[in-house]
Write a protein that binds this ligand. Structure first.
Ligand code: C5J
Length: 223
C-alpha cells in the first residue's frame, strides 16, 4: 500500500494510490497516429491525435518514475482475420479495409508495422501490452484478469480515440467497479467536437462513468 494521493478533477477530487492504480495507454498505434495509417485512409487529420503525444510522454515518464503499473493496448487482428467480426470488416472505405495492404503494412494486423505503438511511447520491459480485437480493452482479452492479478482498483486512462476505444474501455471498467480517471490532454479524437463532448460525458451527472483531469494535475499528484 502506498500513500494515498488526491488530485483535483471533474466532477470532484479523485483519490487513488499508486500501488492499486494502472496507467492505461490505449491504442497509441502508428495506424491511428501516422500519415499513411488506417486513421488517415479513413479521411482523418492525424495531426489532431499527434497533439496527445508530448503530454502523454511526460505523464508516462511520471508514472514510470512513481512505479505505477503501465498497461498499453493495441487494436488489431490475427493475419487470417479470424477474430474480426464480418460486421467490423465491412466498415470503412472499400479501398482501406482492415487487413488490406497499406503504406504501413496490412491495416490493423498484428505484426504489421502500423499495428505497433509509436516510437515515443514504446513499452519498456515489465510493461504489459494487451492486444484487443474490439474497441474496449476488456472484450476477448486478458485485461480484466491482469487488473485482478495486480490488485488494481483505479485506472488512469489515456490514448486514442476519446469517443471510441477510450470511451468503450472506461464504460466497461465502470460497469466492473473500477474508478477511472480520463486525462483530458492525453486522449485525442479526430473530431474536436467529439473530444469536447466525449470528456463532458464521462464526468457528467456526478461522474456517470468516471473522472476527468489534465496531465498537470496527475503529474503534480505523482511528484
Ligand atoms: C478507432 C480506437 N477509433 N482506438 N479505434 O477505431 O479508438
Amino acid at each position: 500500500m502506498s500513500d494515498p494521493i488526491t488530485i483535483p478533477a471533474q466532477p470532484g477530487p479523485f483519490p487513488f494510490d499508486v500501488a492499486s492504480t494502472a496507467l492505461v495507454v490505449i491504442d497509441m498505434q502508428r495506424d491511428f497516429l501516422l500519415p499513411g495509417g488506417f486513421g488517415e485512409t479513413l479521411g482523418n487529420d492525424v495531426a489532431l491525435l499527434r497533439q496527445v503525444v508530448p503530454p502523454l510522454v511526460e505523464l508516462l515518464a511520471a508514472a514510470r518514475a512513481a512505479g505505477m503499473l503501465v498497461i498499453h493496448t493495441r487494436e488489431g487482428h490475427e493475419p487470417d482475420l479470424s477474430d474480426c467480426p464480418p460486421a467490423k470488416l465491412r466498415r470503412g472505405k472499400p479501398s482501406a479495409r482492415i487487413g488490406d495492404p497499406g503504406a504501413l503494412g496490412r491495416i490493423l494486423i498484428r505484426g504489421a508495422y502500423g499495428h505497433d505503438i509509436i516510437d515515443e511511447l514504446a513499452p519498456i520491459a515489465g510493461e504489459i501490452v494487451i492486444d484487443k480485437p474490439g474497441k474496449g480493452a476488456f472484450y476477448a482479452t486478458s485485461f480484466g484478469d491482469v487488473l485482478v492479478e495486480h490488485g488494481i482498483t483505479h485506472l488512469i486512462v489515456t490514448g486514442v480515440t476519446t469517443e471510441v476505444c477510450v470511451h468503450t474501455t472506461v464504460r466497461e471498467a465502470n460497469d466492473r467497479g473500477y474508478d477511472a480517471l480520463v486525462v483530458s490532454d492525453c486522449v485525442g479524437s479526430y473530431f474536436p467536437e467529439f473530444q469536447q463532448i466525449g470528456l463532458q460525458m464521462i464526468a457528467a451527472q456526478g461522474g456517470i462513468f468516471g473522472w476527468v483531469a489534465d496531465s498537470a494535475a496527475v503529474i503534480a499528484g505523482l511528484s
